[in-house]
Write a protein that binds this ligand. Structure first.
Ligand SMILES: [Zn+2]
Length: 216
């Protein structure tokens, strides 16, 4: 085969592969849309919700598996039965399934504020911070949610602790960067209205000094 023919064959193969993966992606999208429409139609007849007949879904609250009889679908989306039961008992509002900005998880309290372990336990015990607990079950660990509505004076809205996207150039190559809220200008001033600011210690780290011995 001549070199140009070989190049053309490779290009043709690649383009047919592209077409194939595009087609399967389109098929998948179409399937998801059809499924969503079918659920909405069923929800009109059963407005309180129903189990999803098929497998492979994830709970929008605890992120555990939610399939078949261990799933519940209603206007707040897919939940596992542990979380749905907590909604039914009014231990958590159903909106935690749809509004991720309405609460902090234990992981987020640590990630945003370095609040965890003993200190967090103590604050819960002293009722400085209010927690809603989803009790653990077999294969489902306990989940703690800290609703902003429960902790209006203590926890800031999440938009106040958003980080900032940026980019930097190292050796001629551009990289995306992410600066967390506490490394932005005057971090504590943002949160001064919220009691959590009394528990935060933010230390500004200086970039490492250049090595004077370096010949570069
Ligand atoms: Zn769940």
């Amino acid at each position: 085969m001549r070199r140009e023919d070989e190049a053309k064959k490779t290009a043709d193969d690649e383009s047919s592969l592209d077409n194939e993966s595009e087609r399967s992606l389109l098929n998948l999208c179409a399937e998801i849309i059809v499924q969503e429409v079918q659920r909405k139609v069923r929800l009109e007849k059963e407005p309180n919700g129903f189990h999803l007949p098929d497998l492979g879904y994830t709970c929008h609250i605890c992120h555990g598996s939610a399939s078949g009889e261990n799933s519940w679908y209603d206007k707040y989306g897919i939940k596992c039965m542990r979380c749905q039961a907590a909604v039914n008992r009014k231990e958590i509002p159903p909106t935690v399934a749809t509004k991720k900005d309405s609460y902090y998880t234990t992981y987020e309290l640590n990630d945003y504020f370095g609040l965890f372990g003993k200190t967090l336990k103590e604050l819960i015990k002293r009722k400085v911070i209010k927690v809603r607990t989803l009790k653990g079950e077999k294969y489902r660990p306990e989940v703690n949610l800290f609703l902003i509505a429960d902790n209006k004076e203590f926890l800031p809205p999440k938009k106040l602790v958003e980080g900032k996207k940026g980019s930097t150039v190292i050796d001629g190559q551009r990289y995306n960067t992410w600066t967390p809220w506490y490394a932005l200008k005057n971090p504590l001033a943002r949160l001064k209205k919220y009691k959590i600011s009394e528990y935060l210690v933010i230390t500004q780290t200086e970039p490492p000094a250049e090595n004077p011995q370096s010949t570069e």
